[in-house]
Design a protein around this ligand. Structure first.
Ligand code: FAD
Length: 491
């Protein structure tokens, strides 16, 4: 990992002593053996063992510790469950980690307002379960739900399979409390749905990956808990047919569509035939596979999907299909889609792109990406799977494990993405891994505005240095300087 952190000799013992006094012995870890497990997230990037792990238990403690770190110019990496896939929670050398693991728990459920207030370190699944006991639901849902925290999902604006129905995290947060780099607390934990009194400042922190402030508490908008759903897998000639199915499904089911997930044949063959990660629920080979799930208002929704299939079959949009008739059949269908989380061991070295383009352009973009990759000797097999209803594809490209191959493949795919006006990351965030590629998605003017915001909220640049906007520390001043042109100035 790049050595962009504040170096050891700048980390004064006095600062450590101050932090220990402020947090008490439960609130700070300094033994290298304890700190090393906080070095990295699940991105595969290797962070350094932090100088200390700060474990505050309240907003006041977060405020106090940030004020100390600010005074001593110590880089602070906020961490939730460390399930991030972009290296945003990886610690650069010489920084401290601020873990929210002691700031957990549901503070309140307001059934009338349909809101839930929770501490940032609360696991997503705990929030979902608490909401369900009140007959309500928090619709943000991702595979890492057991470990990912509310603070982490807010900081990354997490997406997942229900974005089509309820939007990303930012559409499901009503109130937020965050602490700035100097310890100032920005707290707006109201439940007001309509509030046009000035800028919506909470949105500045949502998706900012810990570089603008530390999220401490949040008020989440709950939805009605629907316990029943119907699920089908359709096979079709190509992505174009899947797009037509999406239009037809929207007309027929409206906001009852809870998932619309696509798999290209390269991915299907790999998980169902080349490995034993999943069993193929359909025979034969098709050009595209679609998992469609709808909310079941009452018994009989399976019949609705069956009718839908018959209609599409008539129009020659689908070639085959299977309907889940039981929970275990539904699990078997989901298994094929979710096997993407387990391909690592079998697929070898690869880059996991998390690309966003217009849903209407996704199929054509993937065809263009395949064509560019075919011309690259560095690129091996490519697998494509994703949230096709949202225009989000996870493109996995195998390579020989060398940095040169990785660099070349990334350069080609991100250059193509720029031509298609797409997003370098649709949901996992920029973190540290993609910071050098951000200019392929954002203009110079947008980047200048981001840097301006960063400079205003965190003038010394101590919060999550090097994430999102690349940074290097000025050794004389101890101030983090942000790079003007991330694509060309590599660290
Ligand atoms: C199996 C698996 C499936 C996944 N599926 C999805 C998916 O479908 N959709 C999706 O969007 N993501 C997905 N992810 C990625 C990951 O789970 C999300 O990014 C998640 O939101 C990270 O939460 P976390 O608590 O683990 O955050 P961390 O990994 O600890 O941190 C992530 C980022 O948020 C910052 N951060 C953490 N807490 C705070 C805080 N309190 N205040 C300020 N900044 C903070 C960190 O500095 C870092 O930049 C998946 C990951 C795994 C391992």
């Amino acid at each position: 990992m790049d050595q962009i952190g504040i170096q050891h000799d700048n980390f004064r013992t006095a600062a450590l002593d101050e932090l220990a006094v402020a947090l008490g012995h439960k609130g700070i870890l300094t033994a290298p053996g304890d700190c090393v497990r906080y070095a990295s997230d699940q991105s595969g990037l290797h962070g350094a063992a932090p100088l200390a792990v700060l474990r505050p238990a309240s907003t006041e403690e977060v405020s106090g510790l940030l004020a100390i770190c600010h005074r001593h110019r110590i880089g602070v990496v906020p961490q939730g469950g460390r399930t991030g896939l972009s290296g945003g929670a990886c610690a650069p050398a010489g920084t401290v980690v601020l873990s929210t693991e002691r700031m957990t728990g549901v503070i309140e459920i307001d059934e009338d307002a349909m809101t839930l207030t929770a501490w940032a370190g609360t696991p997503l699944e705990t929030v979902q379960e608490a909401a369900r006991t009140a007959g309500l639901d928090y619709p943000v849902d991702i595979g890492a739900r057991g470990t990912a925290t509310i603070g982490g999902t807010i900081a990354t604006n997490a997406g997942g399979i229900r974005v089509l129905q309820h939007g990303m995290t930012r559409a499901n947060v009503l109130g937020l409390e965050a602490v700035l780099a100097d310890g100032s607390v920005i707290s707006r934990l109201g439940k007001t749905v309509k509030d046009n009194s000035g800028f919506d400042l909470k949105q500045v922190f949502i998706g900012s990956e810990g570089v603008l402030g530390v999220v401490t508490r949040a008020v989440l908008q709950l939805r009605r808990y629907v316990t029943q759903s119907a699920l089908a897998l359709f096979a079709m000639p190509d992505h174009d047919a899947a797009l037509k199915c999406l239009v037809a499904a929207r007309q027929r089911f409206g906001s009852r569509i809870t998932a619309f997930e696509g798999m290209w044949p390269d991915y299907w063959d790999f998980v169902c035939h080349e490995t034993s990660l999943a069993s193929a629920p359909l025979e034969g080979r098709h050009g595209f596979y679609l998992l469609i799930e709808i909310e079941a208002e009452a018994a009989g929704s399976e019949a609705e999907l069956e009718e839908f299939f018959a209609e599409l079959f008539e129009q020659e949009l689908v070639e085959d299909g299977v309907l889940a008739k039981s929970l275990s059949e539904a699990q078997a269908l989901w298994k094929v889609r979710e096997a993407v989380g387990e391909v690592d061991g079998d697929f070898g070295h690869h880059i996991n792109f998390d690309i966003g383009v217009s849903p209407s352009a996704l199929g054509r973009f993937c065809t263009a990406a395949d064509a560019r990759l075919a011309q690259l000797p560095e690129a091996g097999a490519a697998l494509k799977v994703g949230h096709v209803g949202d225009g989000n594809v996870h493109l996995l490209v195998a390579h020989d494990g060398s940095a040169a191959a990785e660099e070349r493949i990334e350069a080609v795919i991100y250059a193509l993405l720029e031509e298609w006006d797409g997003a370098v990351t649709a949901e996992h965030g920029i973190g540290r891994i993609k910071a050098r590629w951000i200019s392929h998605s954002r203009s110079a003017e947008e980047l200048a505005m981001m840097r301006g915001l960063k400079a205003q909220l965190d003038p010394l640049g101590i919060l999550n240095p090097g994430a999102v906007l690349q940074a290097a520390q000025d050794s004389r001043e101890g101030r983090w300087r942000y790079r003007a042109n991330p694509a060309r100035e590599l660290p």
